[in-house]
Design a protein around this ligand. Sequence first.
Ligand code: FAD
Length: 190
Amino acid sequence: MRGSLPTVILAGCGYGAIDALRALKGQARVIAINPYPYSVNSGMSTRLLSGRFSLELVRIPLLEHIQANGAQFLPGRVTHIQPEARTLTLESEAGIQTLAYDYLLVNVGRELRPIDGIQHAFTIRPAEQLVAARTWIRQCWQRAAQGDPTPGLLTFVVAGGGCTGTELMGELYDLCREMSAETGIPLAQA
Ligand SMILES: Cc1cc2nc3c(=O)[nH]c(=O)nc-3n(C[C@H](O)[C@H](O)[C@H](O)COP(=O)(O)OP(=O)(O)OC[C@H]3O[C@@H](n4cnc5c(N)ncnc54)[C@H](O)[C@@H]3O)c2cc1C
């Protein structure tokens, strides 16, 4: 252990780490690493598609929470972990640095499974993708209203029918209903 309190690094500061910050208060010297000074409330993020929520609303500001729990915030991404040496590599705008830890909590969230061609689709993460999808879908309706004959212009597919996919379908339906009213194209044509 380095010093009287162990050094705990939180790699990623989303849902998991926010709870950990509270639990570790006063128990350790805590360093929280995240690319941005905010994380995203995933449970709220599907509503970005219908426009019911904005990016500002779904973002969880981290700085206040980190400071209130006596931890230090370092912006950047963890790119390598060297468990033998108990060090990690942090890449940030300030450059590349090596940090030492006693304990490391890795909470970087989930990656999407690689699917060939996924780069042509919108994804659920990062949340900005849902805002881009909303803009795209609105544009498709506007193009259809201007007579664009592209087949499938108003056909939208949600890939994945679990809880998140089902939520997205509801938000997509609301967006299409709004665009139907805005453009005068019957909803049944989508
Ligand atoms: C649409 C949707 C709806 C959901 N709804 C619910 C719900 O209703 N209830 C529920 O319990 N769960 C829900 N979940 C699941 C829940 O969001 C996750 O289980 C939870 O966020 C996982 O927490 P985490 O801390 O592991 O990761 P996250 O909360 O994803 O946080 C990861 C953090 O790590 C950062 N990061 C990523 N890479 C690096 C790196 N290399 N270095 C440093 N930082 C990095 C990210 O920027 C992010 O801030 C939902 C998920 C989705 C996608």
